[in-house]
Ligand binder design. Structure first.
Ligand code: NAP
Length: 262
């Protein structure tokens, strides 16, 4: 299927690794020009080289910086001639006990996982509406539907973003101009973050990494973890010309782990 987005420009935040990279790969395969960001320059350059090798016709630009800061966002936006597709992503907040979190801990989580996407939407959405095409995908988490006990910062910040998105996605001045805003909710995907998190859980529980990894894998109905390429494929479809009638939705990609009927 031709997704009809060749030549569009996408800003894919936090995309040198993992799910963000999966999205960038899938978009570049479709001929989309991308600006990818991450803090670490080395991995970012390596990913850019991979993307260029996938499709020489796509422009690939890199911006090294922290997307959760005003400077990081300004640099990312400046590198993109126009943002037709925005993929909001950033690292997730740490696990822990809410009794130990201060106001500053909360502000950092809200900045990264709620206010940064809102700021980037604010900077891009009206231009999308003027041009009559826009696709915004926010990478949130399965925790929005079923909270993880130790990830209160993530549960709270991402659910706040989800409520905000539910309201603005339905604004007629955006939706009637072919601008859609949807959230992608990953369950367990095999990325560096999941591996680092598994190592922490194993250490705290006095288990080996392999024990915890296998237990997690077995607990999913599919008996496997998600592949970032699968995540990217969904991102590219929702960014496509064909997905203009899918708006304000929360798309769960978790192998069926969430046990609800709906
Ligand atoms: P990952 O493999 O660790 O990759 C994270 C990417 O984001 C890296 O490229 C990293 O590069 C970049 N990044 C992190 N913080 C950034 C910042 N402040 N500014 C710019 N770039 C930043 O993580 P992932 O598994 O893809 O996770 C992506 C998001 O999905 C996270 O919010 C995570 O909590 C959420 N999530 C993941 C899963 C899962 O199973 N993987 C499940 C639910 C939710 P640098 O470190 O160099 O900046």
């Amino acid at each position: 299927m031709d997704l009809g987005i060749s030549g569009k420009w996408a800003l894919v935040c936090a995309a040198s690794k993992g799910l963000g990279k999966g999205c960038a790969v899938a978009l570049v395969r479709e001929g989309v020009n991308v600006v990818i960001t991450a803090r670490g320059e080395e991995a970012l350059k390596a990913t850019a080289a991979e993307l260029k090798a996938i499709n020489r016709a796509s422009a690939v630009r890199t911006v090294a910086g922290d997307i959760t800061t005003p400077e990081g966002r300004a640099a990312a936006l400046a590198a993109c001639p126009q943002v037709d597709i925005l993929v909001n992503n950033a690292g997730g907040p740490p696990a822990g006990d809410f009794r130990e979190w201060t106001r500053d801990t909360w502000i950092a989580a809200l900045d990264a996982n709620m206010l940064t996407p809102i700021e980037l939407i604010k900077a891009t959405v009206d231009g999308m509406a003027e041009r009559g095409f826009g696709r915004i995908l926010n990478i949130t988490s399965a925790a929005v539907k079923a909270p993880y006990e130790s990830l209160g910062l993530s549960n709270g910040a991402r659910t706040g973003l989800t409520g905000f998105i539910a309201g603005i996605a339905r604004q007629p001045k955006l939706a009637s101009r072919n601008v859609t805003i949807n959230n992608l909710l990953p369950g367990p995907f095999d990325t560096e973050r999941l591996r680092a998190n598994t190592a922490t859980v194993a250490q705290r529980g006095g288990k080996t990494f392999d024990e915890v990894w296998e237990q997690r894998r077995e607990s999913n109905p599919t008996k496997r973890f998600g592949d970032p390429a699968e995540f990217g494929a969904m991102c590219a479809f929702l960014a496509s010309a064909h997905a203009g009638y899918i708006n304000g939705q929360n798309i769960l990609l978790d192998g069926g782990a969430y046990p609800g009927t709906f």
